[in-house]
Design a protein around this ligand. Structure first.
Ligand SMILES: C[S@@+](CC[C@H](N)C(=O)[O-])C[C@H]1O[C@@H](n2cnc3c(N)ncnc32)[C@H](O)[C@@H]1O
Ligand SMILES: [Zn+2]
Length: 277
């Protein structure tokens, strides 16, 4: 018998056994198409097998248009170099069957790419993505790959203590207290932070001031120890994708209406991957 997507996702979830009620930290059991904790908090599975743990108060500031534009460019390889360095960090760790959380996974392309890359290298990882944007998770849930996606707040994760070998946190705010709680004792945070030159052509075209990651890096160093810092830089040919480029980044919100002629033909992608413990 063919299993439905929900049944497959429930199967993977039960096998992993890491879910915990974000409201009361109780254990869930599956009742039909819902998760119910010991105190009665109930969350339903969507048709795509995703679950919304923030019910109604998720931030919807990422429009469908923005998410689709970002998805298209990511699928064309916009952040491939960054994702390859994340994959390399996981592979080099030698941890068998690593359990990995992407905290702020957006529309899920990054995790899907990682799934393929790890599989190619013989690593059978269990991948879980959460984001506060229900629109993002709805798109991410389209995947046929064995990846679990949830709408959740990274400041109150629906997972038990010591659940993950890695927490990825790419171009997204962090909650180090929560990351430390859900990491196993040897676990690492893989945090991607933009560098000054990141998308600089877009900044220049729209007269935005120079970017600095100083505050983010200082906050990180106050909360965790930096095991390694690895900078990647590449140039992405955006010819024919100007519209998507202007739509995909929050820094240009409200600034691009009628200005598609300003889209640069290529953009610099520059960031650092921090391995934290
Ligand atoms: C710039 S996007 C990056 C998405 C993805 N990591 C990528 O690189 O394409 C930032 C993401 O952080 C998410 N986010 C912001 N605050 C969050 C929170 N408190 N909990 C979970 N996700 C959050 C947003 O919804 C958004 O998808
Ligand atoms: Zn509960």
């Amino acid at each position: 018998m063919m299993l439905t997507k929900i049944e497959r996702r429930i199967g993977s979830l039960m096998e992993l056994g890491i879910l915990e009620c974000p409201k009361c930290r109780g254990i869930f059991s599956v009742e039909g198409r819902s998760l119910k904790c010991q105190s009665g908090h109930t969350y339903d599975f969507s048709k795509k097998g995703t679950v919304n743990f923030v019910l109604g108060y998720g931030e919807e500031n990422y429009s469908r248009e923005m998410l689709e534009a970002r998805r298209k460019l990511m699928r064309l390889g916009l952040f491939r170099g960054i994702l390859d360095s994340i994959a390399a960090a996981v592979i080099e760790s030698g941890i068998p069957d690593p359990v990995i959380l992407d905290a702020g996974c957006g529309e899920g392309t990054g995790l899907e790419y990682l799934y393929g890359k790890l599989e190619e290298n013989g690593v059978r990882a269990r991948l879980v993505g959460i984001d506060i944007s229900s629109g993002g998770i709805m798109i991410a849930g389209r995947t046929e790959k064995d990846i679990l996606f949830f709408v959740a707040d990274l400041g109150s994760l629906p997972f038990g203590d010591r659940s993950f070998d890695f927490v990825i946190n790419m171009f997204t705010p962090a909650s180090y207290r929560e990351f430390r709680r859900v990491l196993k004792p040897h676990g690492k945070v893989l945090k991607v932070v933009p560098e000054r030159e990141h998308l600089i052509e877009l900044r220049n075209a729209f007269g935005l001031k120079e970017y600095s990651n100083e505050d983010i890096v200082a906050h990180m160093a106050e909360n965790m120890s930096v095991v390694r810092r690895e900078k990647t830089m590449s140039v992405f040919d955006a010819e024919g994708h100007g519209e998507e480029l202007l739509l995909m980044t929050p820094m240009l919100w409200g600034k691009t209406e009628g200005k598609s002629a300003l889209a640069p033909g290529s953009v610099t992608v520059s960031s650092s991957l921090f391995v934290l413990e």
